[in-house]
Ligand binder design. Structure first.
Ligand SMILES: [Zn+2]
Ligand SMILES: [Zn+2]
Length: 323
């Protein structure tokens, strides 16, 4: 009988509230324990709680290498005036106009699952929603820039390669830059990189200021800090994903690309631990110097995963989760 059939169908449905975004989902009985994803944020459904921090301070998770490098940077005379001058070269509105004209703006209707992930990262860490863009770019990367109002840009290659949880980790890392108040210095660092790498220093109005920043040692101190700042934001990403292995797998993909699906994750973790063992305290300075010389914008992914594992194993992560 039709009526009985429809009642039976309703009984087989199971209601699960998404732990990340709060959306109420109706899932079929057979998917109730696994494999079902939230219809809004696309993240896996489960009955585990997801912590949202009421009053998270950046000092709760900032990596010591970040604070040390930042203190060294701030000690350089005239740095803030010089950087403000540099940032007037492009200016915030120029950054915004560039992405508005060349990238896809994420809204509640445009790429709603990415919008939901941004909202999850912001509500978890306690950050006002920034603008989010997706830009066609084959380099697996993302960045946050701005002066007063930060914007986040995700490269298309990143979204194409990462799954939903890993994409949340990357968005959360970027929101971490906002929460940790990195954005002004980070924007200056990226601008210096762009101007110096492209040998544009003579051609743009900022040429003289770039020359000054390089000669005053500001440029190298700023880039040295920016790489260390990444370690703090990986921690912020963990505070949002609340699973260190999501960070680990994201780093694995940054190392091995889509080929990562054929890579043994446990062996990758072993590689990270071995790496950490080889770089004891004495060699650290040399390592950072090498990194700087290599012209990388981010520390090596294996190093980043070993740093995250260390933070978890030292109990610091759990300490913050109890707050
Ligand atoms: Zn959801
Ligand atoms: Zn970053």
């Amino acid at each position: 009988m039709p009526k009985k059939d429809s009642t039976a169908a309703v009984a087989e449905k199971y209601s699960v509230r998404c732990r990340y975004c709060g959306q109420k989902n109706s899932v079929r009985e057979e998917y109730k324990n696994n494999e079902a994803v939230c219809g809004r944020c696309r993240l896996p459904l489960s009955n585990e709680p997801h912590k949202k921090f009421a009053d998270l301070s950046k000092h709760d998770y900032i990596h010591p290498a970040d604070s040390k490098a930042l203190a060294a940077l701030r000690a350089i005379p005239g740095i803030d005036t010089a950087l403000k001058k540099l940032l007037t070269v492009t200016g915030e509105s120029a950054i915004r106009v560039t992405f508005m004209a060349s990238a896809i703006k994420v809204t509640p209707k445009q790429c709603p699952d990415l919008y939901a992930k941004l909202q999850i990262a912001c509500t978890t860490l306690g950050v006002d929603m920034p603008e989010l863009y997706v830009q066609q770019n084959p380099v697996v990367n993302a960045f946050t820039g701005g002066v007063e109002k930060p914007i986040i840009v995700l490269h298309s290659a990143l979204i194409e390669r990462l799954n939903d949880e890993e994409t949340l980790a990357v968005i959360a890392h970027e929101v971490g830059h906002i929460h940790a108040e990195h954005v002004l210095y980070l924007t200056a660092a990226r601008l210096i990189e762009a101007l110096t790498n492209a040998s544009l220093a003579q051609l743009v109005p900022g040429g003289d200021i770039i020359k000054f920043l390089v000669s005053a040692g500001i440029s190298s101190a700023l880039l040295a800090w920016a790489r260390r700042a990444e370690l703090s934001c990986d921690r912020a990403a963990l505070l949002v994903t609340q699973d260190p292995h999501v960070i680990g797998r994201t780093m694995m993909k940054l190392c091995g690309g889509t080929f990562a699906s054929k890579i043994d994750y446990d062996l990758f973790l072993e590689q990270a631990r071995e790496f950490q063992k080889n770089y004891d305290e004495k060699k650290l300075d040399k390592f950072w110097a090498d990194l700087l010389n290599a012209g990388l914008s981010h520390p090596f992914p294996v190093w980043r995963v070993s740093e995250i594992l260390k933070w978890v194993e030292d109990g610091e992560y759990e300490e913050i989760m109890k707050k």
